[in-house]
Design a protein around this ligand. Structure first.
Ligand code: F6P
Length: 522
């Protein structure tokens, strides 16, 4: 597999020229006036997701150069290497194979057809574990004595299952209360425990490594609480979701569901880490979630680049980040059940692509991950949309809307949908006013993702879409999107500081940290 960093392709230079001559000044209002087919030309149907890209600052020439950039950088080979299970996570020498977790057992097409012996072996492990995990989920669902399930995990062992469980609340049929405890801040666990009873609680300790300090601290405190309240049956009340089954056993947990080192933490909710979601929506729902993701995997794997939605989205991301210089993207899900989507996407994109060196360790001469942020609409409109419409920075917005409502309250959904359309329209059209304060410059770009309905299948597809889009930008940037060394230094320093808080020893500390430590001890 040959990868060429995007800035070393011929297309990069051509894009630079195109940006200077036309791209920089593209006005969306003129673009629509000149091309009655713009909506059709710049929209893309993919499994469960329709995307309107037409309100982005691109034209046919620009998109064609961006597609050249993708081809010249070796994107297709890199994508195929991921699907084939090659060790593309080069700094950790691991495969990146979350797509295998959603590959159906007898897939008529896709990974299974190109199966090597290794794929067949891994696939068999995946399906055996999935079957065990889903049997267990059904067991818990039918166990009336368990009323509360507490997931203890952080990062990928929290954000994905939490986001999806909230998103699919309309499909939660058990009546069990799901809690997510992630922060080492004891306020979180203490508040959760204060509502629980030992005999009716199941703790899921979710940690790929089973070493993460926050999760281990919370797990130890949960176990201590359980024992202090007279709990003895750990096998019934604790389960571990981890690649490190030995550590879970040593911790005293015998009910375990495993996964593998080729599943990255932020790509793990399709594995045993998805157990809270499976308990909430049941085995069939969870299989639907995997099927939706698989449909998007197949789209990404087989659709030509020019009609490949993850690719088209990612190319716009590169265009904005590296040519227009936009530094952030705002996520605006117009569905309250998608309220944790921005937080989930922050880890997916910023932990994957927030890198300053390429895969060979060389410093990059261009920007990588934008800042992702957002809140559900319409709430965001009454908070920071002022800045989106009239601020000095241009922030591309990604709207996510769902056609169908799953409530019967009259007029709400039409109002919600009118607002999402109006916001995208207002950003683009703007409004002239001589007074200055009431002037909206317009020409502010947005993408509009539309789902027919928010279901396990469509959520799976939406998330797989985002995973692949992040893959494509990382691939073009020439970085390794699958490690996260940037989180390590803070962890090491915290270990050094913790005993100093008790002892007061500030020797060797910088002046600020020493000063703050003294204050905290006084
Ligand atoms: O610190 C970052 C990180 O390693 C994430 O990548 C990961 O999702 C999270 O911590 C939790 O890790 P684990 O599942 O091993 O507890």
């Amino acid at each position: 597999m040959t990868r060429t960093r995007c800035d070393r392709t011929a297309a990069w230079g051509q894009l630079t020229t195109h940006y200077e001559s036309a791209g920089r000044n593209l006005d969306l209002r003129d673009a629509f006036a000149q091309d009655p087919q713009r909506f059709e030309r710049f929209s893309q149907a993919a499994p469960f997701v329709f995307a309107d890209l037409s309100k982005n600052r691109i034209d046919a020439a620009c998109e064609s150069l961006l597609l050249d950039l993708a081809r010249q950088s070796g994107l297709q080979e890199h994508r195929d290497a991921m699907f084939a299970g090659d060790k593309i996570n080069s700094t950790e020498q691991r495969a990146v194979w979350h797509v295998l977790l959603r590959n159906p057992p007898a897939a008529p097409a896709g990974i299974a057809q190109t199966a090597t012996g290794l794929i067949a072996v891994e696939q068999a492990k995946v399906h055996a574990t999935l079957a065990d995990m889903l049997d267990y989920a059904e067991q818990v669902r039918s166990d009336a004595a368990i009323t509360d399930v507490v997931n203890i995990g952080i990062g990928g062992s929290d954000l994905g299952p939490q986001m999806a469980t909230i998103a699919l609340d309309a499909f939660a049929t058990t009546g069990k209360r799901l809690h997510f405890v992630s922060n080492v801040d004891g306020h979180e666990l203490a508040a959760t425990l204060s509502h629980l009873k030992v005999e009716s609680t199941l703790f899921l300790i979710a940690s790929k490594t089973f070493t993460t300090i926050e999760t281990m601290t919370n797990a130890r405190s949960a176990k201590a609480w359980f024992e202090a309240q007279g709990g003895t049956d750990t096998a019934r009340h604790f389960a571990a979701l981890t690649t490190n089954v030995a550590a879970a056993n040593a911790f005293g947990i015998t009910t375990t569901f495993g996964f593998w080192d080729w599943v990255g933490g932020r790509y793990s909710m399709w594995s045993a880490i998805g157990l809270p979601l499976a308990i909430a929506i049941g085995a069939e729902g969870f299989r639907g979630f995997l099927a939706g993701a698989h449909a998007m995997d197949e789209h990404f794997r087989t659709a030509p680049l020019e009609s490949n939605l993850p690719v088209r989205l990612a190319l716009i991301d590169v265009w904005y980040r590296n040519f227009h210089g936009f530094t952030s993207r705002s996520i605006a899900p117009y569905h309250s059940a998608l309220r944790r989507l921005p937080a989930y996407l922050q880890q997916l994109e910023m932990e994957s692509n927030g890198k300053r060196v390429d895969a060979s360790g060389e410093a990059l001469p261009f920007g990588t991950s934008p800042v992702l942020w957002g809140e559900p609409g319409t709430n965001g409109q009454h908070a920071y949309f002022q800045m989106l419409h009239q601020g000095t920075d241009i922030v591309p917005v990604e709207f996510v809307a769902v056609k169908k409502a799953r409530h019967s309250l009259p007029s709400h959904h039409a109002l919600l949908l009118s607002n999402v359309l109006a916001q995208a329209q207002a950003l683009m059209l703007g409004k002239s006013d001589v007074g200055g304060h009431k002037h909206f410059p317009g020409n502010r770009p947005s993408t509009f993702l539309l789902l027919d309905d928010l279901t396990p299948e469509s959520l799976g597809a939406l998330i797989a879409l985002q995973e692949h889009r992040v893959f494509v930008t990382g691939s073009l940037w020439g970085i390794n999107s699958f490690d996260q060394w940037g989180v390590e230094l803070g962890k090491v320093l915290a270990k050094d500081i913790e005993p100093r808080l008790a002892s007061g020893d500030v020797a060797g500390l910088d002046g600020s940290t020493a000063g703050l430590l003294r204050l905290l001890r006084s």
